[in-house]
Design a binder for this molecule. Structure first.
Ligand code: PEP
Ligand code: MG
Length: 874
């Protein structure tokens, strides 16, 4: 099949082709060419070629070079230049471009086609020797770097020597003869490290470069990025070969990167940076700090105006915020790239809402535009105003990616990763970040760099992850070797704490206090639209009035899981709980439970109040009893003293409760079978609290949920007990009203799902406990899975962590069986999910598909679930 797609005046072959074939960059170059924007001509080699390159044992497929040569010939004709010509050489850039944009992950080579003779020719032809040798030294450097895998720093010493010789400190001040000497020095360095001279044949350069781009698809950093972003199923990368235009031809030339709107805040204002007399890589790599595009009119008014027009054309065309790269050659503007711009969660929400206002997209599209998980960033804490005002501000960098980060300092990515894995909050401090740093950037709570602009690699990547980043804080002097920074005369070392404000760019000493966010403005507007489209209801997992209230503020429509065990740990309660567990007869157990009753009743009353008018699913005690007892000698002695018993008794009871597989042991409904008095106390507390609420005009809607049911018989027996207790309490309290308490079960054991028709006879509702259901379906202990899960993910034995995103094929099948069988008996059976999956977008999509009534998740995930539920419905 066709391997090369041309774009230029002669023809644009790639327009409308699949992104998976041409990659994002290639497809958009074709599209921009087709809509008449000034794009230098070139061609794209497909991702299929990358795939066959790997399948062929890393060999370029037969016929590729012939197709490439044909495309080069068309370029030559359009531009009236010749590839490999000594006098009038055609130079090209070679860039990667996969279907999913991976900023900074893949390699670029510029000025390809130059050799000794062509450089001399170019110098003569442009009457600019400085420019020609500058281009050549960049080629040798990049070629060494990318194609030969030489260390980025290998060439630095040679450059420093030349700068010293000419007594200049900036690259741009080195004169032509210096650069000419530099090219010779670079060639020597190249040959020494690569073991072969720098190739003088442009065709050889090109085919080596294409192979190098294919090779970069599988570098550790690219693989790592794909893993972090969960990018799967791509064939490989495409290669874009494009005729060069030069931003480094003098002070009337330049290059830049811009976003059609502000990617941090979403503000509808052109946002970008440019560098005069520079090539593209200088901006992205963050080596020189560029100027804002708003300053451009002072330099070239016409180009600025044209750029703004192109911005509008692109937004109207793509109806999406774009991230563009451009170059100005001797006053003429060229577009080198456009793609959907990465943005923070805050910006995503604002842009979606604004574009609806501007009639670019409709509400439905707006709801689909915002990745549900990105809302996390709108729910992140920020610094307290009072604390920030009082903070010890050390320096101010660029507000590259918003958020508040507090942590100790780490000076290299691997160290950051290791310390973060130990639970330490670290700030990754780098002069500039390179793509090799992605792992450490991901692990860090915040990123601080001393050079680079708003569009540097660090900024773009951090923004994509919603990670706080302050870039280009020039006042911070970083000594990576000595692991310290110096700023305003003070020194900070590894263990010192800094606070970063990614919204203002401030770097502050010590820990600055943070605060919780609130929902407002565009966020609630978008949430409102989401609510119009979704059919799934969203509840929350909460077991305190404060959590219930927060979740309700976030839009929760009830509680899907109130785990009562958490309530037994506070204050005196644990003492009563423990004496209940130690009791060796029913009478003593009942006595201890009686003391717990008022606490439980009060808890429930508070929760019913916070959830007034919404259902509250309360789960009866679930964990094995040993979880409430201390296991260390000292603590056991203290407990014995407190309860007035012998330490030996405590030890004996703890030992007797020991189980080899506690998760498969005496827990869940099995506790209620053995100790019905626990169930009775909890049900009594629920009923009494509901009756109290009724007296206060609070609409309590309790739903009693029995955990870990495996057989219908279990539920039958326990349901009878619950009903009897409700009856007993209402009679005792002479309550005349109608409490309408539902009694249902969790489905978290495969057998319960498989026999859901039998179980449903005794259930008013089902709630899938997919944490346990996953544990028991896979047979993976949910508490120990990390001993082997990383190996499974690394070896592609699992597509993702099944405890995070539901395993549709296995666990999902059980859910579907449970739903179908349950509703075969009770057509309108209310069914929800309360495992962690209830807050994960892909799992929510599944829940929607199989017809659940609601999902339930932690309070902070409620907005994410609302949006994901709408996206699932659309
Ligand atoms: C579950 O198993 O999915 C569940 C919600 O219960 P827990 O996590 O408390 O075991
Ligand atoms: Mg469970």
């Amino acid at each position: 099949s066709k391997m090369v797609y041309y774009f230029g005046k002669t023809k644009t072959e790639g327009r409308g082709k699949a992104k998976s074939l041409l990659g994002g960059k290639g497809l958009n170059l074709a599209e921009m060419t087709a809509i008449g924007l000034p794009v230098p001509p070139g061609f794209t080699i497909t991702t299929e070629v990358c795939d066959s390159y790997y399948k062929n044992g890393k060999k370029l497929p037969a016929g590729l070079i012939e197709e490439v040569n044909k495309a080069v010939a068309i370029m030559e004709k359009e531009l009236k230049k010749k590839f490999g010509d000594d006098a009038n050489p055609l130079l090209v850039s070679v860039r990667s471009g996969a279907a999913v944009s991976m900023p900074g992950m893949m390699n670029t080579i510029l000025n390809l086609g130059l050799n000794d003779a062509a450089t001399e020719g170019l110098a003569k032809q442009t009457n600019n020797a400085r420019f020609a040798y500058d281009a050549y030294r960049r080629l040798i450097n990049m070629f060494g770097d990318v194609v030969m895998g030489m260390d980025h720093h290998t060439f630095e010493a040679a450059f420093d020597k030349i700068k010293k010789k000419y007594k200049v400190s900036d690259d741009t001040d080195v004169p032509a003869e210096g650069l000419k000497e530099l090219c010779e020095a670079y060639k020597t360095v190249f040959e020494k490290h690569a073991g072969t001279p720098f190739p003088q044949d442009p065709i050889e350069q090109l085919s080596l470069a294409v192979e190098a781009v294919f090779g970069s698809w599988n570098t550790a950093r690219a693989v790592s990025y794909r893993q972090i972003e969960n990018i799967r199923g791509l064939l490989g990368t495409a290669v874009n070969v494009q005729s060069m235009v030069y931003g480094n031809m003098g002070d009337d030339s330049g290059t830049g990167v811009a976003f059609t709107r502000n990617p941090n805040t979403g503000e509808n204002k052109f946002f970008g940076e440019f560098l005069i007399n520079a090539q593209g890589e200088d901006v992205v790599a963050g080596i020189r700090t560029p100027q804002p595009v708003a300053e451009m009119p002072k330099w070239n008014k016409a180009v600025h105006k044209q750029l703004l027009e192109i911005k509008d054309t692109l937004e109207t065309h793509y109806k999406e915020m774009q991230d563009i790269e451009f170059t100005i050659e001797k006053g003429t503007l060229f577009m080198l790239q456009t793609r959907t711009g990465k943005r923070t969660g805050v910006a995503a929400v604002k842009i979606a809402c604004d574009m609806v206002k501007e009639n670019l997209i409709d509400k439905k599209e707006a709801v689909l535009r915002v990745p549900a998980n990105d809302l996390t960033q709108l729910l992140l804490p920020s610094f307290k105003t009072t604390a920030r005002n009082a903070a010890d501000v050390l320096a101010r960098g660029l507000p590259a990616s918003p958020g508040a980060a507090v942590g100790t300092l780490s000076f290299d990515a691997q160290d950051a990763k290791a310390r973060a894995a130990e639970g330490e909050k670290v700030i990754l401090v780098r002069k500039e970040t390179s793509p090799e740093d992605v792992d450490g950037m991901h692990a860090a709570t915040g990123i601080l760099t001393s050079t680079g602009g708003m569009t540097s690699h660090a900024a773009v990547v951090a923004r994509g992850w919603g990670k706080c980043c302050v870039a280009g804080a020039g006042d911070v002097q970083i000594d990576e070797k000595a692991k310290k920074i110096t700023v305003s005369g003070r020194t900070f070392k590894e263990k010192d704490v800094l606070s970063l404000d990614g919204t203002t760019g401030e770097v502050m000493a010590g820990e600055v206090e943070t605060q919780e966010p609130t929902l407002s403005g565009d966020f609630s507007k978008l949430m409102g639209w989401a609510d119009e489209f979704r059919t799934l209801k969203v509840r929350t997992n909460a077991d305190s009035p404060a959590d219930s209230k927060r979740a309700r503020d976030f839009g929760a429509e009830g509680i899907g899981l109130c785990r009562t065990e958490h309530m037994f740990f506070e204050g005196d309660r644990i003492t009563h709980m423990r004496s209940m567990i130690l009791a060796d007869n029913e009478k003593d157990r009942r006595a201890a439970l009686k003391k717990l009753l008022p606490f439980q009743r009060k808890d429930f009353e508070g929760i019913f109040k916070a959830m007034n008018g919404c259902p509250v699913t309360i789960r009866l005690l679930d964990p094995p009893l040993h979880e409430f007892l201390p296991h260390e000698d000292k603590a056991q002695k203290e407990m014995a003293a407190e309860l007035g018993v012998k330490p030996a008794d405590v030890r004996r009871r703890t030992e007797s409760l020991h189980e080899s597989n506690p998760m498969l042991g005496h827990r869940g409904c099995r506790l209620s079978v053995t100790y019905p008095e626990i169930l009775e106390m909890q049900v009594r507390a629920i009923v009494e609290a509901a009756i109290k609420c009724a007296g206060k005009n609070i609409d309590a809607q309790p739903e009693i949920m029995i955990p870990l049911i495996g057989t219908a018989a279990e539920l039958r027996v326990l349901r009878e007990r619950v009903e009897a207790t409700i009856e007993e309490v209402t009679t005792q309290k002479k309550f005349e009203g109608d409490l309408k308490i539902l009694i249902g079960t969790m489905i978290e054991i495969p057998r319960a799902a498989l026999t859901a028709d039998e179980v449903a006879e005794y259930a008013d509702f089902f709630s899938f406990g997919t944490n346990d259901l996953t544990q028991m379906t896979f047979g993976y202990s949910r508490d120990d899975v990390n001993t082997f899960l990383p190996d499974y993910l690394a070896n592609d034995l699992l597509p993702c962590d099944p405890f995070q995103s539901i395993d549709v094929a296995g666990v999902g099948q059980l859910v579907e069986i449970g739903v179908t069988k349950g509703r075969s008996v009770k057509k309108k059976l209310k069914i929800g999910i309360c495992g962690e999956h209830g807050g994960e977008p892909a799992s929510i999509d599944f829940c929607n598909r199989v017809g659940l009534d609601y999902v339930s998740c932690s309070p902070f995930r409620v907005p994410i679930a609302r949006l994901a539920a709408a996206q699932a419905a659309l």
